[in-house]
Write a protein that binds this ligand. Structure first.
Ligand code: GYE
Length: 361
């Protein structure tokens, strides 16, 4: 905040003869022809060019755009694509922003580089969708020292000092795990299997990511209430369809008694469904294996309508407007909620056809 406030002041001083309306920091789009969304580049030349550009704007007395550096996890799933789209369509020039977008390709080391780049480029805000929870202390201290507020979206971070980030907005992954078990409990009752032995396998997300930790722990915790349910094995499928399919293939080779597969996202569930069919088995409400998934992206509704997937526990990726609202408040010097959870639902197959047209992602 401090840095942003100073930069506003600098603009005001340099443009002494210009009246800046609403100079509390709520600013509209700059007249620059810079692209609204650009990829992060590591070379110093780009950094210098960016600084020179912003100085030119200041001299001209234009209202300056808000520069946001966003470090995205990657492009591993439909959820992620929807999340990227939400961010890119929010942080536009038209909305008063310049977005510097960096795809970390599912590697935290790339995220650390991206954040350091954003600091070098002197952005106004750093937004991070972190791959894993740990390993953020040093780089976030650097951002803090540079006076750049950091907003975390989607997955959480685990830092020793909470002042290293300004706000977090995302999903309650533990609750999603609880919801999956709650649905299975009801489903088994409805299908007269409440007292039967139930064998489960889990295809986990990226190990160490909040989405994996919360979903795995939520399921594990609530499974304790079900003595007849057994978790045969858990393995990571890295949140991708290809890896999800591979993991399911290996589960099917090892176990011939799988009743339920829990895939910690829709794309891995799609891979698992392919593996199940390739092994000559069936899945979905009328099949041998019950498929439980997370995210509830559009393709999951198609899969449910096709009779393959049983349920998807919603995880909402539309964080762009939420982050923009946080930034808007910070610009006005207002306080923001440190932790904000998004409200989410559960979509079983029998609701899919009716719900699909209402979905935004
Ligand atoms: O469930 C998965 C994506 O962190 C909530 O990451 C996100 C997860 C989402 O790859 O599809």
């Amino acid at each position: 905040m401090k840095k942003r406030f100073l930069s506003v002041l600098t603009v005001a001083v340099m443009a002494a003869a210009t009246i800046l309306t609403g100079c509390s920091g709520t600013q509209t789009a700059a007249t620059t022809a810079a692209p609204a969304a650009t990829e992060s580049k590591s070379d110093a030349a780009t950094t210098e060019a960016a600084k020179a550009e912003s100085k030119t704007e200041a001299k001209a007395g234009d209202k300056k755009e808000i520069v946001v550096g966003f470090s995205q996890v990657g492009a591993e799933s439909d959820w992620r694509t929807a999340n990227t789209e939400s961010m890119k369509s929010t942080f536009t020039e038209k909305n008063g922003y310049k977005l510097i977008f960096d795809d970390a390709q599912q590697k935290q080391e790339n995220q650390l580089k991206a954040v350091r780049n954003f600091i070098q480029q002197d952005v106004d805000y750093i937004v991070i969708a972190p791959v894993t929870e740990t390993g953020w202390d040093t780089v976030l201290q650097e951002a803090k020292d540079a006076g750049i507020p950091v907003i975390i979206v989607d997955r959480m971070i685990n830092v020793s000092d909470d002042s290293l980030y300004t706000a977090w907005v995302g999903s309650n992954f533990l609750q999603e795990g609880y919801d999956a078990v709650g649905w299975l409990d009801e489903y088994l009752k409805k299908t007269d299997r409440a007292d039967k032995d139930i064998n489960i396998v889990t295809i986990q997300g990226t190990i160490g990511s909040s989405a994996q930790i919360g979903r795995t722990n939520g399921v594990e915790e609530k499974m304790k209430d079900h003595a007849k349910w057994k978790m045969l094995e858990r393995q990571t499928g890295e949140f991708t369809q290809a890896k999800g399919q591979e993991v399911m293939e290996s589960f099917l080779k090892t176990y011939n008694n799988i009743d339920v597969v829990i895939a910690e996202n829709d794309n891995m569930a799609f891979g698992a469904i392919d593996a199940i069919k390739a092994a000559g088995k069936t899945c979905g409400p009328k099949g041998d294996i019950t498929v439980i998934s997370f995210d509830a992206v559009a393709a999951a509704f198609d899969s449910m309508i096709a009779g393959d997937m049983n349920v998807s526990v919603e995880c909402n990726p539309l964080h762009g407007p939420r982050v923009s609202e946080i930034i808007g408040k910070l610009e006005k010097g207002e306080t923001v909620e440190k932790i904000a959870y998004v409200k989410e639902g559960v979509y079983p197959a029998d609701t899919a056809a009716a719900e699909k047209p209402k979905r935004q992602y």
